[in-house]
Design a protein around this ligand. Structure first.
Ligand code: ADP
Ligand code: MG
Length: 379
């Protein structure tokens, strides 16, 4: 430990990972690392490679490097600027262990972790389970909210139970799609009709999602979704504006002003999200004062229905014509780059990016203290 780090809170920012959203995670982490107040925090970058190896960087900006790709430069994972590490899941020996160092100098102590890995193995409760075993405070939702938030049908059931409107849906198993495709299709046609949306239940970034308008396209859509998950969600098409709200907090969460996504394609598919660069983010969304308050209240209700903590972005459809508010999904580790919807909505609501990351670390520590309280009463 050097003298500069005395008294500072040591934050391990965990990024990268094995999901399709590896690159977005690098950009999110880079923005977070830059925004953590250096007078208050010592940042320890913890990168997970595409293969799943854990690395610890030697200085805050290590592991993340701009590299040239064609005419533009993009952020890349530079494993040479760090050493291999593993997180001790033994609570009597907390922190990271540097695998390449001799025993006397291989421990890295941490006060709190900030996981910013989107999608599988980062947002779905698996990483959060590991952090629970390690008995470390961490930013964001716990195991249950993360796992349920990632499962599009389990979350729908809880939203419906909380009185929030959802689109009519049907879940089908891949094994049934394979064994009896014609029957599955007939059931979908009679229960939901066309157009409908077909999605892998555990998915993100619109990967494996299609809009089916006919029997032929439904068949292709089911086969595509079946490549990503054993559970497939089919739901009615909602002709609506896409409205998103950021929520922040533990037991008493607050909701930001809503924003709107105007996709450049027929729907907000992978290419509209990451490739075409023509989708528009309207911050804040142009809505009546009454609708704004309704959507904010529903976002908080959805957040509480899943027992979220720290943060989540809640996405809705505002149906054209009827103005019905229908929930689409919740994202427990939303995009967190400096231009992402989640922090931008907070900026529009009066919380700057650095203040937001500061509050998230505080919420992680608060939740950890709360957990200690229940442990004390049990033992
Ligand atoms: N029922 C639906 N009706 C209309 N559009 C939909 C529906 N479901 C999804 N979409 C479109 O597909 C996009 C991606 O679906 P979503 O469920 O949000 O998956 P992901 O988790 O990959 O973001 C949405 O942003 C929206 O544009
Ligand atoms: Mg979405």
């Amino acid at each position: 430990m050097n003298s500069e780090s005395v008294g500072k809170i040591k934050v391990g920012v965990i990024f990268g990972g094995r999901s399709g959203e590896h690159e977005v995670s690098l950009v999110s982490a880079n923005s977070i690392i830059k925004a953590l107040n250096p007078d208050k925090y010592e940042v320890i970058p913890v990168g997970i490679t595409r293969q799943g190896a854990w690395m610890v960087g030697v200085k805050p900006e290590a592991l993340l490097e701009y590299s040239k790709s064609g005419s533009h430069s993009c952020l890349a994972f530079n494993a040479t600027s760090g050493g291999k590490a593993s997180l001790n899941c033994d609570p009597t020996n907390k922190g990271l262990m540097l695998l390449d160092k001799p025993k006397a100098e291989n421990q890295v102590q941490l006060d709190v972790l900030f996981p910013i890995i989107h999608g599988t193995s980062g947002e779905d409760g698996t990483l959060q389970g590991m952090l629970e075993l390690a008995d470390m405070p961490y930013v964001g939702c716990g195991v249950l909210a993360s796992a349920v938030g990632m499962d599009k049908t389990f979350s729908k059931r809880l939203f419906r139970d909380a009185g929030i409107e959802i689109a009519p849906y049907k879940e089908v198993l891949r094994s049934r799609v394979k064994s009896d495709p014609d029957l599955v299709i007939s059931e979908i046609e009679s229960e939901l009709g066309y157009p409908c949306f077909v999605k892998p239940v555990n998915s993100g970034s619109s990967v494996g999602i299609s809009k089916a308008k006919s029997r032929d396209s439904l068949k292709v859509a089911l086969e595509l979704a079946a490549r990503y998950d054993r559970k497939i969600l089919v739901e009615s098409y909602v002709n609506g504006r896409e409205i998103e709200v950021s929520v922040l907090g533990n037991d008493d969460p607050i909701a930001s002003l809503p924003g709107e996504i105007v996709p450049c394609n027929e729907f907000y598919d992978y290419s509209a999200k990451y490739v075409d660069n023509r989708s528009e983010l309207k911050i804040p969304a142009d809505l009546s004062a009454e609708t704004i308050e309704q959507i904010r209240a529903l976002a908080i209700r959805a957040y509480k229905a899943l027992d979220c903590a720290g943060m989540a972005r809640v996405d809705f459809f505002l149906e054209r014509g009827s103005n019905r508010i229908i929930i689409n999904e919740i994202n427990t580790i939303p995009g967190f780059t400096s231009i992402s919807m989640y922090p931008k909505l907070w900026e529009a609501t009066g919380i700057s990016y650095p203040e937001l990351v500061d509050r998230l670390v505080d919420l992680a520590l608060e939740r950890y203290r709360d957990k200690q309280e229940s442990l004390a009463t049990v033992s």
